[in-house]
Each structure stands twice: as structure tokens, then as C-alpha cells.
Design a protein. Structure first.
Length: 221
């Protein structure tokens, strides 16, 4: 899933982006409050990791503007301030969760997954479509009880399809889920990932609707 990281500390921002990528997230990173505003107005992210102390516009102000736009994307606040008042302030301003620095990357990833899952109204983490099971928490995929080894992008792609079976995705919508800003997209990269998924799982797992897009059937055998 694709998340936006807002952090002005270069070392920490880089570490968060790299850590989230290792955990199969697509992570875009901006370093100040104005850039965060712009990104939140124009791009689609499943969740936001928001530092509070930011140049140009504070994290709380970014959050207030986001909620004023009726945007309910889940927001996790990262803060070096760990007083009760700060935490209450952040949650009252519309944050969904917070972590106090320094924090564990695995915990950040797990909390983001939980936020996105709650946003989708699902209490358990695993997705099931017929005999296909995908668990974002453990990153395991099984088909008819057999474990399947998928690459990061194959996993992300399969996750997107399983979260919305029957939905037709355009190429652009899928590429947006797969690639962060500045990541190069090969012209047939999407086709290659789909080819691998069909080979590893079964040919009908994702169907191509020529000239329209791609869809996972609502029911799989
Ligand atoms: Ca900061």
C-alpha cells in the first residue's frame, strides 16, 4: 500500500522510507508542511506518517487543513514530544494514532497496517478470496493451502486486487499503487508482474479487459 511520509529530518525520513519499503509499502516522502499539503491534495495515499515539528507549516496545521477538507485518510503522528498534552492535542486534531520517537520500524509498519485495515472496516488482517489467502501482517500468500513466494510488487498488486474484487483498475491506478514518486516504471512492467501472478497462482486470478483495465473476479475457484 502507498503511504506518505512527512518528516524534515533527512536521516530519519530516509530510514522510514527504506524501512517501509522493506515491509512492502510504497512510501513517498516530503520534508515540509507546505509540500505535505500539496501532496495530500493531489495524490492518493492509504495512510500518512506525520511529524509534528516541520518547516513552513506545522504538522498539526497540516492535519487541521486535511480534516477541514473532509479528508479522512488515516494519520499516524510521529513526535519527539511525549507529554500527555501533546498526544491529546494530536488526537483531538484528528490523528488516528501516534508513535513517540525513537520507535521501532516494525511497530510503525504494523500500526499503519492496522489503521488502513480499520479504515476499510475489517477487524482481521487476512484477505480471503476463494482458496486464495493473503495476510498483510505476515506477508504470506497461500493458494489452495500452498504457500506462494511473491516479490514485493507482485504482493502489492495482489493485495490491491483482493481488497476490491470485481473492481476494474486502469493501468494508471495500478501503477500508482506500485510506484512511488521518482521510481522508474518500465513500459511493460505491470504486464510482467501480472504474468508472474498468473503463473504462480493460476491464469484466471486477474483478468485483462482489453482497452479497459484489469480485474480480479469476485469469486475464485
Ligand atoms: Ca521534525
Amino acid at each position: 500500500m502507498r503511504v506518505l511520509v512527512v518528516e524534515d529530518d533527512a536521516l530519519l525520513g530516509d530510514a522510514i522510507q527504506a524501512g517501509l519499503r522493506q515491509q512492502d509499502f510504497v512510501a513517498d516522502w516530503v520534508r515540509d508542511g507546505v509540500a505535505a499539503d500539496l501532496a495530500l491534495e493531489t495524490a492518493t495515499h492509504a495512510a500518512v506518517v506525520l511529524d509534528l515539528g516541520l518547516p513552513r507549516r506545522s504538522g498539526l496545521e497540516v492535519l487541521a487543513r486535511l480534516r477541514a477538507r473532509k479528508d479522512c485518510v488515516p494519520v499516524l503522528i510521529l513526535t519527539a514530544r511525549d507529554t500527555v498534552e501533546d498526544r491529546i492535542g494530536g488526537l483531538d486534531a484528528g490523528a488516528d494514532d501516534y508513535l513517540v520517537k525513537p520507535f521501532d520500524m516494525g511497530e510503525l509498519a504494523a500500526r499503519l497496517r492496522a489503521l488502513v485495515r480499520r479504515g476499510a472496516g475489517s477487524a482481521t488482517s487476512a484477505l480471503e478470496v476463494g482458496a486464495l489467502v493473503l495476510d498483510p501482517a505476515t506477508r504470506e500468500v497461500t493458494w489452495r493451502g500452498e504457500a506462494k513466494a511473491l516479490s514485493r510488487r507482485e504482493f502489492t498488486l495482489l493485495h490491491a486486487f483482493m481488497a476490491e474484487t470485481g473492481r476494474v483498475f486502469t493501468r494508471e491506478q495500478l501503477e500508482e499503487k506500485l510506484y512511488g514518486w521518482g521510481e522508474e516504471i518500465g513500459s511493460n512492467a505491470l504486464e510482467v508482474h501480472l504474468h508472474h501472478l498468473r503463473r504462480k497462482i493460476f491464469p484466471g486470478v486477474v483478468q485483462t479487459l482489453r482497452g479497459v483495465g484489469y480485474v480480479m473476479p469476485k469469486e475464485l475457484p
